[in-house]
Ligand binder design. Structure first.
Ligand code: COA
Length: 259
């Protein structure tokens, strides 16, 4: 079951895969035998990601992509299929976020985050569908959300609304594309240490300790905690799971509800 080549023969495209949680997923997938394409806006970061894994003897590929642009997302999907011959797994991980009280948020600030998080996820799913339905393993889409989408996210209402939309979109697609054997799930991370998200939202706003205490486990998660969930969902171990929102948050949302 838990073999070291559990993703052998799979091809994965990971948006925002050159850094943070996305790169951790890319690393785990490559180590477990998958062929990985990372998509990112930032060429320098992509070069760094490719070089870092090359040092381990793992060859991943990269394609420059702004997920706000459907043509670029489609190009990322098509390039993956050209280079690796197919697509089995799509990870919609690219995200943008910043702390801003909603009264001060400009319409363009709102639109920018909705464009990256929600529209970018839709673009990925839409562009990948024709290929995912041909996967001999059954296609797999995993999008990164958060339970703060469901509770509402004061100070990041734009991102919360986008993430709620991602969960809803994923559940709709799980049903629409179930007959095509495409599984569509979300992962809802809690605060994950050493990420831009925690840095911007909690460290720079002086909320780090408070946010740590909000989790049942009293600590931030690790990027590998999310990568492990993404491995499970994409592998044969998760073959009957679809439409699920896997919460990997150290018990934060339960503590919030129970308090
Ligand atoms: N507070 C308030 N408004 C902000 C803001 C902040 N901290 N950061 C950006 N905005 C607004 C801008 O003012 C602009 O609106 P305006 O034209 O009305 O002034 C709008 O958002 C777009 O900003 P811009 O900097 O042009 O967009 P971008 O494409 O360069 O950046 C972001 C995208 C905004 C998401 C940027 O924060 C980013 O790239 N972040 C890196 C990734 C990230 O956030 N990761 C964390 C994931 S949890």
């Amino acid at each position: 079951m838990f073999t070291s080549d559990i993703l052998k023969g799979r091809v994965a495209l990971i948006t925002g895969g050159a850094g943070g949680i996305g790169f951790e997923i890319a690393t785990a997938y490559a180590r477990l035998g998958a062929n990985v394409m990372v998509a990112s806006r930032n060429q320098e970061r992509m070069d760094g990601a490719v070089a870092a894994l090359a040092k381990e003897g793992l060859a991943i590929k990269a394609v420059k992509t702004d997920v706000r642009n459907y043509d670029e997302v489609k190009n990322a999907v098509d390039t993956t299929v050209e280079q690796y011959g197919k697509l089995d797994i799509l990870i919609n991980n690219a995200a943008g976020n910043f702390y801003c009280p909603t009264a001060d948020l400009s319409p363009n600030g709102w639109r920018t985050v909705i464009d990256i998080d929600l529209n970018g996820t839709f673009y990925g799913c839409h562009a990948a569908y024709q290929h995912l339905k041909k996967s001999e393993h059954g296609g797999c889409i995993i999008s990164i959300a958060t339970m703060l989408g469901l509770s509402g996210w004061p100070g990041a209402a734009h991102a919360g609304a986008a993430k709620a939309g991602i969960i809803s979109l994923s559940r709709a697609l799980a049903v629409e594309w179930g007959d095509d054997q495409i599984r569509v799930n979300t992962i809802s991370p809690g605060p994950i240490g050493d990420t831009v998200g925690v840095q911007r939202l909690y460290q720079e706003t002086g909320r780090e300790e408070l946010e740590r205490k909000k989790t049942a486990l009293g600590r931030f998660g690790k990027k590998t905690d999310i990568a492990n969930a993404a491995v499970y969902l994409a592998s044969d171990l998760g073959q009957y799971i679809t439409g699920e929102n896997m919460v990997v948050d150290g018990g934060r949302w339960l503590k919030y509800v129970a308090a």
